[in-house]
Design a binder for this molecule. Structure first.
Ligand SMILES: [Fe+2]
Ligand SMILES: [Fe+2]
Length: 480
């Protein structure tokens, strides 16, 4: 086998796991570190050692399945590089802790070693930076790995699972950073209850109770405080869109949004309206409404430097009248790229940047394409397509639909509810038929829900402009 084909084979095998080569390298490294927790187990026989190693390997495959894209989040979203790095690092931190604490025996062996394991800390970080369901998976899998490696006994395992699970559950509704301190207190309480039951079961001497309970409580409280301190560092280093980060980004006083309001007021009000439409629809289909709102706020920041080329900011004069269609298309297309650059410069999370990159997908700028065709006879279609990718998440697809709906319904004369419905139907159909929704995992049922939610929001917004069908007299009177 030549060197090249060997390399291609490895690449193919790596690809089939759903990871990139870089992600696989990080995962492998974390496996090696994690497997070192075996060293902490007391001299097992060769057979026991092999048995444990096989079990641990099985466990790690499970972790890979859960952290890889196959069993990933709803919406077919791929795990980002940052998420894989974070998960692998946390797994290494956890197993290094197992390695160092494996032989600790205090209070005559009555203290479960997991009192010093950072299970809750790791689970809380996963829950906040990714999602609490994955946090729950980690709360079960990591202690299971430690148990299989023989480094912790069943009591320590129970304690670690209880501590981790309470970490995931206590953060499900967290919206403020201070909620983490409250979560720390809840974990402390659960830890204390768990160690009491373990001590009762083991017949632990009464003199050890206060000390063991004290350490169990400290584990919870310190976890909460450490998360509070570590999270901003992780958010910034890995550009993660945690709930807390997204809530900060809701502030319309941010310099870039202020600038948009001043120099591109049409784009600003368009973005706010897209945000309302997208947030309502995402709430109704069970997608991340907060992420969609923030994504909508920032989706058109690439227009800020040349607002006069975009229709929503033009009052009397259309700048494109003096340009040839090819140049016009180039300017329109560029707002996606400029937006991404601006977003990177101000350190927006990767998940928010994807709204900028995907809100037009790779769709055609029809108006200028047709104008160029007419003028030049033959043109390259590619030159008139947006340079982005079609949305890869449900939230991003909803913002794409809200964007096109908001822009198009502005121009709708004499809107009625029926006309709005038909109009939106056509806009959705166009996006669907041109393949813009293919990667987004939106279902037909979702599309129906989104449509009716858009109509409702727009009817509320354009209330004074909506023409209601005139009813004949008996109907108006509530008759037949
Ligand atoms: Fe745009
Ligand atoms: Fe837009």
């Amino acid at each position: 086998m030549t060197k090249k084909s060997m390399f291609e084979k490895i690449r193919g095998a790596v690809k089939s796991t759903g990871f990139t080569v870089k992600q696989s390298a990080v995962v492998t490294l974390s496996f090696i570190i994690s497997a070192s927790s075996f060293l902490s187990a007391e001299n097992p026989s060769v057979r026991t050692f092999i048995g444990r190693l096989l079990l641990f390997l099985l466990f790690f495959v499970l972790v890979i399945l859960f952290t890889g894209r196959r069993l990933s989040l709803p919406g077919n979203r791929h795990r980002t590089e940052a998420e894989v790095i974070l998960l692998s690092t946390l797994s290494s931190v956890f197993f290094i802790a197992v390695f160092f604490t494996g032989n600790i025996s205090m209070f005559d062996g009555y203290m479960p070693v997991s009192i010093v394991l950072p299970t809750a800390l790791v689970v809380m970080l996963v829950s906040i930076s990714m999602d609490s369901r994955l946090g729950m998976v980690v709360a079960l899998l990591f202690p299971t790995g430690a148990l299989l490696s023989g480094a912790v006994n069943i009591e320590a395992y129970i304690m670690a699972v209880a501590s981790g699970a309470s970490g995931a559950l206590s953060l499900r509704k967290a919206r403020r950073r201070m909620d983490m301190v409250r979560a720390g207190a809840i974990i402390a309480g659960i830890n204390v209850i768990t160690v009491i039951s373990i001590m009762l079961r083991q017949g632990c001497p009464a003199k050890f109770y206060p000390f063991i309970m004290f350490w169990a409580a400290i584990n919870g409280l310190v976890s909460g405080m450490l998360v509070l301190g570590i999270l901003p560092v992780i958010e910034n280093a890995l550009h993660l869109a945690t709930t807390f980060k997204l809530i900060e980004l809701l502030d319309t006083g941010a310099p870039v949004l202020r600038k948009m309001e001043n120099s591109a007021p049409g784009t600003y009000s368009h973005s706010m309206m897209v945000a309302s439409l997208a947030e309502t629809a995402c709430n109704e289909i069970g997608a991340r409404a907060l992420l969609a709102r923030v994504g909508a706020y920032y989706h058109d920041i690439g227009k800020i430097d040349h607002p006069e080329y975009f229709v929503e900011n033009q009052k009397l004069y259309n700048k494109h009248n003096e340009l040839n269609p090819r140049l016009s298309a180039t300017i329109i297309r560029s707002h996606v790229k400029l937006g991404i650059e601006k977003a990177r410069a101000i350190g927006l999370p990767t998940d928010v940047i994807s709204f900028i990159a995907e809100h037009h997908g790779n769709s055609l700028i029809k108006w200028f394409y047709n104008a160029a065709l007419e003028k030049e006879g033959q043109v390259d279609r590619e030159d008139f397509c947006y340079p982005g990718d079609p949305p890869r998440s449900r939230e991003s697809a909803v913002v794409m639909l809200a964007d096109v709906t908001e822009a198009a319904t502005r121009t709708l004369e004499k809107p009625t509810v029926a006309r709005l419905e038909k109009f939106i139907d056509e806009l959705f159909k166009d996006k669907y038929e041109t393949g813009q929704l293919a990667e987004s995992a939106l279902t037909f049922r979702d599309l129906e829900t989104i449509k009716s939610s858009f109509v409702r929001v727009l009817v509320g917004f354009y209330h004074s402009r909506i023409e209601y069908p005139k009813l004949s007299k008996p109907e108006a009177a509530g008759g037949v």
